[in-house]
Design a protein around this ligand. Structure first.
Ligand code: IMP
Length: 198
């Protein structure tokens, strides 16, 4: 059966493709397959709210099964920033690199003790009939003083997971896909995905 990843982010789409490979009966599409579809504004106060909106809206509009991801980086010392604004932290059209620079600047004076952070990923699976399941995964770590590594996207080069000595941008995508917030959320969704029928 077909499931549409409600995202046009190539990195996220690739991670989902890789992680869902073992589910042979699922064909993944993404919003790149529906260029005329206009996603709703992401103005929820939580990742969960935004993921719900994305999933319900796309499932209705496309009349298909949809898997929506809303995710981001939370830094408690910055009162939760960048949080739900992770993608547009440095401005509506900001690049990942501009967002990382803004984060480094905001944390410049913070000592290691105050550099804890976590990635959060909320996933919502929905059909045109409504929401089927909502799950969340968290990955805890800290923010580096400078960028390290070239893999990944977003804040990967600034994030180091607890008990690791490499940033998310220094490890391979296949390792990231076994330890990330997105992986942790997806694992909770697998039993439901396995039961879906056309
Ligand atoms: P969304 O597409 O509105 O969910 O925004 C996600 C944003 O959060 C991305 O643009 C990144 O800035 C950040 N983000 C989410 N997941 C990751 C990840 O796995 N690595 C690095 N940054 C991430």
């Amino acid at each position: 059966m077909e499931i549409v990843i409600a995202s046009g982010n190539l990195h996220k789409i690739r991670e989902f493709r890789e992680m869902l490979k073992p589910l042979k009966s699922i064909d993944l599409l993404s919003l790149l397959n529906f260029p005329h579809y206009q996603p709703p504004p992401e103005d929820g106060k939580t990742f969960q709210e935004n993921a719900m909106r994305k999933a319900e809206h796309a499932a209705q509009a496309l009349q298909r099964w949809v898997l929506a991801d809303d995710s981001g980086l939370v830094v408690p010392s910055l009162n939760g920033d960048p949080g739900v604004n992770s993608r547009r932290y440095a401005g509506e059209e900001a690049t990942d690199s501009e967002n990382r620079l803004k984060l480094l600047e905001a944390m410049r004076a913070l000592k290691d003790l105050h550099r804890t952070a976590y990635f959060e990923c909320c996933l919502v699976l929905a059909s045109a009939q409504g929401v089927k399941k909502s799950v969340k995964g968290i990955c805890e770590g800290e923010i580096l003083h400078e960028e390290r590594g070239r893999n990944g996207f977003g804040y990967d080069s600034l994030f180091i997971k607890n008990e690791y000595d490499k940033s998310f941008a220094e490890i391979t995508e296949s390792i990231k896909n076994r330890i990330s917030h997105r992986h942790k959320a997806l694992v909770k969704l697998l039993p439901t995905l396995e039961t879906l029928q056309d």
